[in-house]
Design a protein around this ligand. Structure first.
Ligand code: C2O
Ligand code: CU
Length: 520
């Protein structure tokens, strides 16, 4: 999302007038006194269900609780970390990449005391959770930013089991080391696996010649440099510098990405320093894939094996066996595999970018020295690829079909030159919010009119993809160029919620809007 603009801040002030979260924002925003004045969408003075609305606390109170509180500390700060043989400077949670996993049980209250020791504002967003709106971590929409040197404690009930993650919702911070898994265990789940391993995928460039902010500035500056002849001098110039896609992928419908990353990581490690996952001989392994990248889809496969997909974006699907899965930024997939004796390559191919991140999966009866050669391209990568239409929600999480109360067509728009992205030709926050009343059925149809794919993410809800009741429940879905894709959800979580592309650079350049609950 663009940095706090006067418009954003005014909207936030309007939303949270009287809300507990505001005090820091008032002090720092310098715009106190503006609540109720023009909001970005022109809904001046219209009442909104803000993060401090009593209905937000009421929705939280209705969630079923274990009564337990799980407490964590999280410090965001500049750090010198090791990636492979390199030592580099970046920003991280508690000095490690990825940040330390948070693991709780469904119904627990999660309490995370965040300290911001960065040199800029931050917030933390709990990606995919249907949590209380005032804890969603969107600066100037659901809370005031956490200023440098300040702290903020997030406290919310973990409503659904599954694979989630968290990251700042500010600037390009997500493209540094500021991300970590959030795993919510299901006390009723039979399990059926011996090892539970999170696999976080990430595209990496920070501290190797340029920062994410340099990349953003270069992309944003492309239109200004047009014809000035200065573009050729940009080191590591990315896709589209001459209006031509540098990264192409058939399965992404053409243009695969905008940014050239020197490294791709699994759990913070490049191929030269592959992690090994040990599995007891004959045992079953649950892998939880999270794409924490900023501009890279990963195609993942396990050499010599098929994988049984069991969940996407935290929610269960009817198990389906595939050889490869394409994972967009923000998406998660859980799979179960029973590795044959030996050591096998788990490969994440940066789609359209021809580089990989890798891990080794080794059974306990294999020699400790046994390892597949690095840099392999297992045949499974080009084998049976999971498609969206393969995915069917399990009976227990299906969303029935009923006529939508809100039915909105949203055109995804934008271009590389100028580097600007949006919805219906408008950049955030200019596109009018979608107004929703609690209890409504909402249908959003995304139509991608651009030449790139975009992973579209909705905060605070898990929509159903497509028209069929068996469509998978997801919170992030890839929309390919020329594609039209409908999602539906029940408006059961009052507040103000972002809808945006999960490409960090597209989000920063405007591809975002708000789903806004309003009073009846
Ligand atoms: Cu994971 Cu609004 O983002
Ligand atoms: Cu995008």
């Amino acid at each position: 999302m663009p940095p706090p603009s006067p418009l954003n801040r005014r909207r936030f002030l309007q939303l949270s007038a009287g809300a507990v979260v505001l005090s820091a924002g008032c002090a720092s925003g310098g715009e106190s006194g503006s609540p109720g004045t023009t909001s970005p969408a022109g809904t001046a003075g219209a009442p909104l269900i803000g993060p401090g609305d009593p209905s937000v606390a009421a929705a939280e109170g209705a969630r079923s609780s274990t009564g337990r509180v799980a407490r964590f500390d999280l410090r965001a700060a500049p750090a010198r970390i090791g990636i492979g043989r390199r030592e580099l400077d970046t920003w991280a949670f508690d000095g490690v990449i990825p940040g330390k996993e948070i693991r709780v049980t469904r119904g627990d209250t999660v309490e995370v005391a965040v300290r911001n020791d960065l040199l800029q504002d931050t917030t933390i967003h709990w990606h995919g959770l249907a949590l209380r709106n005032d804890m969603d971590g969107v600066h100037d929409l659901t809370q005031a930013p956490i200023l440098p040197g300040e702290s903020f404690t997030y406290r919310f009930l973990a409503p659904h089991a599954g694979t989630y993650w968290f990251h700042p919702h500010m600037g390009t911070q997500l493209d540094r080391a500021l991300y970590a898994p959030l795993i919510i265990e299901d006390p009723d789940e039979p399990g059926g696996y011996d090892v539970d391993q999170v696999i976080v995928l990430d595209d990496w460039l920070d501290g190797i010649g340029r920062t994410p902010d340099d990349v953003l500035a270069a992309l944003a500056g492309m239109n200004m440099d047009m014809g000035s002849g200065s573009m050729g001098s940009m080191p590591g110039m990315d896709h589209g510098s001459m209006g031509m896609p540098a990264f192409e992928s058939e399965i992404l419908g053409g243009d695969a990405g905008d940014v050239d990353y020197p490294l791709h990581l699994i759990n913070g490690r490049p191929t030269a320093d592959r992690p090994t996952i040990e599995v007891p001989a004959g045992g079953r392994l649950r892998l939880r894939f999270i794409n924490a990248g900023s501009d890279t889809a990963y195609r993942v496969a396990l050499g010599g094996h098929r994988m049984t997909v069991t969940h996407t974006d935290g929610f269960p699907v009817e198990p389906i066996e595939v050889e490869a899965i394409l994972i967009g930024m923000g998406e998660r997939y859980d799979v179960v595999v029973q590795p044959q004796s030996g050591a096998w390559p788990l490969v994440a191919l940066a789609e359209g970018k021809d580089l990989t991140a890798e891990a080794i999966i080794r059974t306990s009866d294999a020699a400790a020295t046994q390892a597949p050669p690095a840099g392999e391209h297992p045949a499974e990568l080009d084998g049976r690829l999971l498609t969206l239409t393969d995915l069917r929600a399990t009976e227990s999480v299906r969303l029935d079909t009923r006529p939508p109360d809100v039915d909105e067509l949203i055109k995804m728009t934008g271009s590389m030159m100028p580097y600007s992205w949006g919805f219906d030709g408008a950049t955030f926050p200019q596109r009018a919010p979608i107004e929703i009343v609690q209890g409504q059925r909402v249908r959003l149809t995304f139509e991608n009119t651009t030449t790139m794919w975009h992973p579209i993410h909705l905060h605070g809800h898990t929509f159903r993809v497509g028209d069929d009741p068996s469509g998978p429940r997801k919170d992030t879905v890839n929309v390919l160029p020329g594609q039209r894709l409908a999602v539906e959800f029940d408006a059961d979580n009052p507040g103000q919620w972002m809808i945006h592309c999960h490409n960090t650079y597209h989000l920063e350049r405007g591809m975002a809007m708000v789903a806004s609950y309003v009073p009846t």
